[in-house]
Design a protein. Structure first.
Length: 237
């Protein structure tokens, strides 16, 4: 039983490799789109499962988890890189995330940005959010709230839940825009409606600082919101 519980904990941690930085209401969140798309994450999960199963069944010394995790990341890294270099947008975004997190490769924010740049050329929403986050934090790119706002807005135009949440944060804190609780509430509401449950907490906390009239206006704006359809491409380096 202990072995099975350990396996479940390790597998859960593996599956949520980037979630610890993904959905918390701060400005350092990244969006992996499909969390290292299934074709990349499954080999990692299977590797971990086999290691655990062998150790439990044979009562042999437990293999160094850190070493094997690193080796698994390196093996996956090569598969991701091959797909990314072949033009796969999801792989390009994933490769950017691996460089950002320093998983299977030396951490390098500039290289992360380079791969996010390639992915956004194909309108990859996760990469748009990630690129905006780099600008917001000044990691691998000049710090710029305006550029962050631009990329979050592009992703929001594709109804990305995390992009909506990011815009809510920008308006709530007045970053790149004038502070506006009505707009912030609207974006958090849209994020929650598209499946980001943690935006419910952010929206409700914000509502405590708003009047009933302001909340009603924010709800109306959320109901009436539609994508702008702006596909113009701007390049900033």
């Amino acid at each position: 039983m202990d072995c099975l519980l350990s396996a479940r904990r390790l597998l859960i941690g593996q599956r949520h490799l980037f979630l610890n930085r993904l959905y918390e209401p701060r400005d350092d969140l990244m969006n992996c789109g499909v969390l290292i798309a299934a074709r990349y994450s499954i080999p990692l999960v299977l590797t971990v499962t086999c290691l655990i199963t062998t150790a439990c069944a044979g009562n042999e010394p437990v293999v160094d988890a850190a070493h094997n995790e690193s080796a698994a990341y390196e093996a996956t890294m090569e598969k991701v890189r091959k797909s990314a270099e072949g033009g796969d947008a999801s792989a390009q975004n994933t490769l950017g995330l691996l460089y950002y997190e320093g998983k299977g490769v030396r951490q390098d924010y500039r290289k992360a940005k380079q791969w996010f740049d390639k992915a956004v050329e194909q309108e990859h929403t996760g990469a748009q959010v990630n690129l905006g986050t780099l600008y917001l934090r000044g990691e691998g790119a000049p710090e710029s709230s305006q550029m962050a706002l631009y990329w979050f807005s592009r992703a929001a135009g594709q109804k990305d839940a995390l992009a909506f949440a990011k815009l809510g944060l920008m308006y709530a804190q007045g970053r790149g825009v004038l502070q506006n609780f009505i707009e912030a509430h609207k974006w958090y509401n849209l994020s929650a409606a598209h499946g980001e449950l943690r935006s419910v907490e952010a929206r409700d906390a914000l509502a405590k600082q708003m009047t009933p009239a302001q909340i009603a206006e924010a709800q109306r704006l959320a109901r009436e919101w539609t994508p702008t359809g702006d596909k113009s491409r701007k390049t900033f380096y």
